[in-house]
Design a protein around this ligand. Structure first.
Ligand code: TNX
Length: 481
């Protein structure tokens, strides 16, 4: 496999003559989580034992004076591979690069056939453009089983992404077990039917839908992500997008019990600002912070119809509660105006007008750019009548790749996978890939060229996704569905 197959494109590559061959005698060592990951994945695909050794032939070393956070350099010589990474995340990124160089067969979970297992000689130096390279996954509108989230984590890691923002609650479902408030999942995790039509007359799929993660499920997702140097940022969306919570505990709203919402769009059911409601959500956040070690906890704050002046202080109390535990709150860009003053360490996720990002940065906030106009992966990919998910406006692979952030001062970038119309893991794959591959290159690489990206994608990366088992949207159009 060749050096010009890598996605996202590394900072610098210097190919050299010759190859290094992995065989029965190859040993792997150094940074333990990375060596273990490489042994487990590449070992399974190649059938090689890849044991540790005092002087391993493939060595992942850490040297904090090298490169930058998340960065690494690697040298492949005929007698071995030396990786020197800034940190453990950098070592992991190097391991992902080596796996790409091994070719599509390295993405299978078992050995089928593998001729000689070769790495091309040469040198790579690589470090990320942005520190926050995120993907948002909405598991509230359609629940995604735990095993699928674990798989999604591995796919993010393959693309050198490092944040999984989990949208755990919305009008249509509450997906996180909170032991003190059992109705959140007993009632709030289930809805009787789902809207499907998008015409004048709404139509409904009459099958019930639901599901939730236990605290241990979430701890497992967090630990799996940590092994891949991915931070899981949990979101509890307040005070709008809360109908499922109100269905479970009507005293959080008007006192009337609504159903868990069966339509899409923005519900009018919002939280009241009673002291008891604030206490309820402080307790929910305490539980969340116990399960998720993430330095950032998201409280949503988007689209609040009928918000009252009391909702600003309500949100600020929750932000301060998070900060008091030594974490940082984040929220969608609406909170910038809804909460005044907003504590400056609050992170703003801008999804509408990108000038909001500049405004937030001027006020001293860190910003994560999540623009709806380039990075919403629920959006349709063409006007073709066979397009299976005809939502929003067209956002093609090229549109994603063309995204150029207004400011380099951003903490980073994030792609959004909203799932109103992605009701199965297959549809999530279809909407997410390969647009996420294009996004990864925008977030990681400094030099970009769409024609070159497309060639690497078609010749090398889609075969990797095929081998792994990703049902991406074919570049030629909506077929085969
Ligand atoms: C807007 S972006 C929303 C989501 C929807 C999405 C659909 C944001 C913070 N709110 O609730 O799922 O549009 O594209």
């Amino acid at each position: 496999m060749s050096w010009d197959s890598l996605v996202p494109k590394p900072t610098l590559v210097a190919p050299a003559a010759g190859v290094f061959e992995l065989d029965q005698d190859t040993t792997v060592g150094g940074e333990p989580t990375t060596a273990d990951w490489f042994r487990r994945h590449v070992g399974a695909a190649t059938g090689l034992p890849l044991p540790d050794a005092a002087r391993p032939t493939i060595e992942f070393r850490i040297d904090p004076t090298e490169s930058a956070p998340g960065g690494y350099r690697a040298e492949i010589r005929p007698d071995g591979v030396e990786v020197v990474a800034h940190d453990a995340a950098g070592a992991h990124h190097a391991a992902q690069t080596l796996r790409q160089l091994l070719g599509p067969a390295a993405y299978r979970s078992a050995l089928i056939h593998y001729g000689r297992c070769l790495l091309p000689c040469g040198r790579v130096e690589d470090r990320p453009r942005f520190a926050w390279r995120g993907c948002h996954l909405d598991v509230a509108r359609h629940f995604l089983p735990k095993r699928e989230v674990l798989r999604f984590v591995e796919l993010l890691a393959m693309h050198k992404l490092n944040v999984l923002h989990l949208h755990l609650t919305d009008d249509q479902g509450w997906r996180v077990e909170v032991p003190r408030f059992p109705n959140l999942t007993r009632v709030g995790a289930w809805r009787r039917r789902s809207m499907v039509g998008r015409g004048e007359q709404p139509e409904f799929d009459e099958r019930p839908h639901g599901g939730f993660y236990t605290s241990d499920d979430l701890r497992e997702i967090v630990a799996h992500a940590a092994r891949h140097h991915i931070t899981v940022v949990p979101e509890i969306d307040v005070p709008g997008h809360s109908q499922a919570a109100i269905a479970a505990y009507p005293e959080l709203g008007t006192g009337q019990r609504p159903r868990v919402w069966e339509s899409w769009g923005v519900s009018d059911e919002i939280l009241n600002t009673d002291p008891a409601t604030l206490d309820f959500y402080r307790a929910v956040l305490d539980h969340l912070m116990e399960v998720f070690p993430s330095p950032v906890i998201c409280i949503g704050g988007d689209e609040v119809p009928g918000a009252t002046p009391a909702h600003g202080p309500f949100l600020r109390s929750l932000v301060e509660h998070i900060h008091a535990q030594g974490r940082r709150a984040s929220g969608w860009d609406e909170i910038l105006d809804a909460v005044d003053p907003l504590p400056p360490q609050t992170i703003i996720a801008t999804w509408r007008d990108e000038r909001t990002a500049l405004r937030a940065a001027e006020r001293g906030h860190d910003v994560v750019l999540c623009p709806e106009h380039h990075l919403y992966f629920d959006h349709r990919q063409s006007d073709h009548p066979d397009e299976p998910i005809p939502v929003g406006f067209n956002t093609t692979l090229e549109d994603v790749y063309a995204y150029e952030p207004l400011t380099e001062r951003a903490l980073g970038l994030q792609a959004q996978v909203w799932t109103e119309h992605l009701d199965t893991p297959r549809r999530v794959d279809y909407a997410t890939f390969p647009r996420l591959t294009a996004f990864a290159e925008v977030a990681w690489s400094r030099d970009r060229d769409f024609a070159d990206f497309r060639r690497r994608l078609v010749d090398h990366h889609l075969p990797r996704l095929d081998a792994y088992g990703v049902e991406y949207r074919p570049l030629g159009g909506p077929l085969p569905w």
